[in-house]
Design a protein around this ligand. Sequence first.
Ligand SMILES: Cc1cc2nc3c(=O)[nH]c(=O)nc-3n(C[C@H](O)[C@H](O)[C@H](O)COP(=O)(O)O)c2cc1C
Ligand code: FES
Length: 598
Amino acid sequence: MALYRAHVLICKGTGCTASGSAPVFEAFKTELARRGLDKEVMLVETGCHGMCEMGPIVVVYPEGSFYCQVKPEDIPELVEEHLYKGRILQRLLYTTPDVEKKKIPHYRDIPFYGKQRRIVLRNCGYINPDNIEEYIARDGYQALAKVLLELPPEETLDIVKKSGLRGRGGAGFPAGRKWEFARMAPGDKKYIVCNADEGDPGAFMDRSVLEGDPHSVVEGMLIGAYVIGSDEGYIYCRAEYPLAIKRLNTAIEQATEMGLMGDNIMGTGFSFKLHIKEGAGAFVCGEETALMASIEGKRGMPNPRPPFPANSGLWGKPTNINNVETWANIPQIILNGAEWFSSVGTETSKGTKIFALTGKVNNTGLVEAPMGMTLREVIYDIGGGIPNDKKFKAVQLGGPSGGCLPESMLDTPVDYESINATGAIMGSGGMVVTDEDTCIVDFAKFFLTFVQNESCGKCPFCRIGTKRMLEILERICEGKGKLEDLDLLEDLAQKVKDGSLCALGGTAPNPVQTTIKYFRDEYLAHIVDKKCPAKVCTALIHYTIDPDKCIGCTRCARECPVSAISGEIKKPHLIDQDICIKCGRCMAVCPVKAISVE
Ligand SMILES: Cc1cc2nc3c(=O)[nH]c(=O)nc-3n(C[C@H](O)[C@H](O)[C@H](O)COP(=O)(O)O)c2cc1C
Ligand code: FES
């Protein structure tokens, strides 16, 4: 391998690609060639760094300078300054969102990364995911070699059990115990499956791992296969993730070429082949029994358990299913040991968890934090707090079937037990932050609409129960709610939870239950006062023009899509409430802030 004095890492994750990292890469190539620097400076395409909204991101090593929102036209100056003259180009550095507006030159000093502990994401944004040699240079496939050459399957299993690793796909079941069930299950043919369905809206942690470090997942699966005695596996990845699928295919090809996959791996007699199954993107297909039905070519609908996949999974054979993040943890656990892993996290939740931090928070993105960090630390220290001096209102944890927690719970540590105790769930790690402008009833309605649409319809509790719940929420948002509706909602929620066939229905009422529990006042405001405190529910708000402030400029009248505003030029205007559709465009354009919403 040739030596280079500098490495320029250009993010080719989905976020940065969308904001234009490909032309940035081309501009670098041209500029480095033009200046004759192409033999000294290596260009590397990487996976996501997690701070996608700042993309396209370019990191220059050895300094680790982190450049944000880089455009092709910036490249001549960036090459001239940084790579030619050795000076950091200040104007493209990350700037803190606070009043200080500090420019931070080094990756490691950016607060977003400072408190993170990157175990699963250690290679994401750092290596070229399409190059197996870069993975190998970062200890890749050493864990596989270690188990195949030194550790019998029972000892390997023991390490995973002792590490305390719990499944990262939602339920947090101990990975080692699950492996043990599949290992003990009788049968010559066994399967290993990676759940890369990632159905939660807003979640992109699994995608980023697959796009940024696919070999870590493949290696984890090989180790799992060795432990349970499997020779064949599937990665179930939704077809909407074409880049992840492409990178996985490349990883499998490269590993096969190097003898790390296929027959007689490393000459040890262990053989394993891996297929990719593209899913059509139904939320329920992430549920493991539905997922297996889908791999088998059937409609993705759940089946009652038992039998559990460990005994009767794919085509009736013992099968072990784990999530992408769970698999990606395995090589590091094998290499560094169970104690190393279990020293991170809390008593019952070991290691780290990746969160997709989104919503009303300054630094949205992917965050890998040690288990046990409080919600406040994640939202304020890593996420940089709430933008525009707004007030924090709630955080929705665990995706569409998660729960909504208020400010008073911000000091809850993020671990399985503490989160479950609140009524929320860890789920796959979705964290949506809301501020005072979010209506909590409308928010709960949004999640319930999602699960209601995604219910496969097999069981009536989930199919009909969620529909009735949704109708009640719609009624409340329209100002037609009654006090009894709250009891009815709570009653229905419990019945849907208890009666549903799979965890889709079993967890679907969580957003409704937690919002009623923690934000009852806001429900009451809708039902009793017929008011939406966040001024979101259109049926409960109206726009008015203050005649003392209005200068009669007519902008609002010209902007109104339904001609609800009348008035003469230079005279106060008036909104006809019967015509107004409450779109708020008048308020947005009024130059003297004469329009308000109540
Ligand atoms: C409706 C529903 C959707 C799910 N979606 C996913 C998913 O997208 N990805 C995932 O890994 N697990 C998902 N799960 C959880 C899986 O059923 C299963 O628990 C997981 O694959 C086990 O892996 P783990 O032990 O490594 O967490 C879902 C569960 C339900 C009920
Ligand atoms: S895609 Fe580039 S930082 Fe996420």
